[in-house]
Design a protein around this ligand. Structure first.
Ligand code: GLY
Length: 431
């Protein structure tokens, strides 16, 4: 099969690596890819937001399948554009991708389908939104309705912070058009986990649970990022609660999307919070998580290309989707200043000295004119190690992180440090 993979992050490096292991792959193209994807196929300089360019490329290479990594081209309707030219794609239609691209759409779907989430209200007027947070009587989270590269969410400690977040999103347009509408949610407290699944719209195949660490500094301090590190599986997640999430959230969501006339194909990934009242959806993502993919795909025993192809053709029930029971931990190394402004072009040293079975997934990296590997983004690379336990995988990941360097490199030192800590409160599986 000729396959086009869209994207350029650590997620796409991991996907390219696993697609390249399929005996069914003839050739892989990656648009635009990064130095990590280059060994697995041909990187082509077409950006993930250039829908015309991507459709033209897919036609030129006679793609049998297009695998879409990031959310922006999904929300912009890339899968629909490809379908119009009879090119199968792995990923939801533009209408189905609203599950991630509009927080208000997701809230309405959850309300109608009886899927547990926090209470919320949606506003298109900043004055009314501010009056609401002053009157509502509980702490809130202010979310830009649209896609904002993981930056449109403010978890507020008081009313003043909520008012400032509303101003930033709605008046200052800090997230562009994504902030024209805001969703204001009741703030939840608990522990978070990512619940990924493959679906072809009918069949759902769950992946192992994983846990991202969003804030930039140790102890969950500082601003949110795209994700600073991740582990899988969370041993603290009770199986009865995991089963309730699979059944009452993920599978119910897929059915609700079909019932709403927006059947969903691809990866669906509800971000969950385990609260004292039960598991609640924090948000949906319409694609593989990043960095979750970097710790999930090393655990996949089955052929990723078979799965993606089956999803695209509505045949997921026919292919095996099996996982090994190893633990994996990924630590993200980022540029100094990220998630704010950061330099680029710093030489990256030491990758050749990591252990053979440890993976270094490239994200914001590039080759300079002399072919040296240099930094070229906020999140630079993700070091992933496996082990029989999360603690063992964690120790190996950090041992290898210390062999890699670039000027000002920052990483959290507490990724997966609390992975074995039991929950301090009982979580009912249902409300
Ligand atoms: N892990 C966060 C995300 O992929 O959005």
């Amino acid at each position: 099969m000729n396959v086009l993979l869209v994207g350029s992050g650590g997620r796409e490096h991991a996907i390219a690596w696993r697609l390249s292991q399929s005996p069914r792959l003839s050739k892989l193209w990656i648009a635009p890819g990064n130095p990590g994807t280059a060994p697995f196929g041909e990187n082509v300089d077409v950006r993930a937001t250039d829908l015309d360019g991507l459709v033209a490329l897919a036609q030129r290479i006679h793609a049998d399948l297009v695998v879409v990594g990031p959310e922006d081209p999904l929300a912009a309707g890339l899968v629909d554009r490809l379908a119009a030219t009879n090119i199968p794609a792995f990923g939801p239609s533009g209408a189905a991708a609203q599950l991630e691209a509009s927080k208000a759409f997701a809230k309405n779907l959850m309300r109608d389908a009886g899927i547990a989430t926090s209470g919320s209200a949606t506003f298109e007027d900043a004055g009314r939104a501010a009056a609401y947070v002053r009157d509502v009587g509980h702490l809130v989270v202010v979310k830009a309705d649209g896609l904002a590269a993981g930056k449109g969410v403010t978890v507020c400690d008081d009313v003043a912070q909520a008012e400032a977040a509303i101003d930033a999103a709605m008046r200052d347009r800090a997230f562009g058009a994504a902030g024209a509408r805001v969703v204001i949610e009741e703030r939840m407290f608990g522990r978070e986990t990512s619940a990924h699944a493959f679906t072809d719209g009918v069949t759902v195949r769950h992946m192992p649970f994983s846990c991202d660490h969003k804030p930039v500094f140790d102890g969950d301090r500082g601003p949110n990022t795209g994700g600073m590190g991740v582990y899988s599986p969370p041993s603290w997640l009770p199986e009865r609660v995991a089963e309730a999430i699979r059944r009452d959230v993920t599978e119910r969501t897929v059915r609700a999307m079909a019932d709403a006339g927006t059947p969903y194909r691809g990866v669906v990934y509800p971000g969950m919070m385990l609260t004292a009242d039960g598991p609640r959806v924090v948000e949906y993502n319409a694609r593989f998580g990043d960095p979750e993919t970097e710790v999930l795909l090393p655990r996949l025993r089955s052929d990723l290309l078979d799965i993606c192809d089956a999803v695209a053709h509505g045949r997921l029930a026919e292919v095996p989707v099996e996982w090994d029971d190893r633990a994996t931990v990924g630590v993200m190394m980022v540029s100094p200043g990220y998630p704010g402004t950061y330099p680029s072009g710093a030489p990256i040293e030491g990758i050749e000295s990591v252990d053979e079975d440890v993976q270094v997934f490239m994200a914001g990296t590039a080759r300079d004119t002399s072919g040296r590997l240099v930094t070229a983004g906020g999140r630079v690379l993700c070091v992933v190690a496996g082990g029989t336990t999360v603690a063992e995988a964690r120790e190996r990941a950090y041992d290898n992180v210390q062999r890699i360097s670039f000027e000002g490199a920052h990483y959290r030192t507490d990724i997966a440090a609390r992975a074995d800590e039991a929950l301090t409160f009982p979580v009912p599986a249902t409300r």
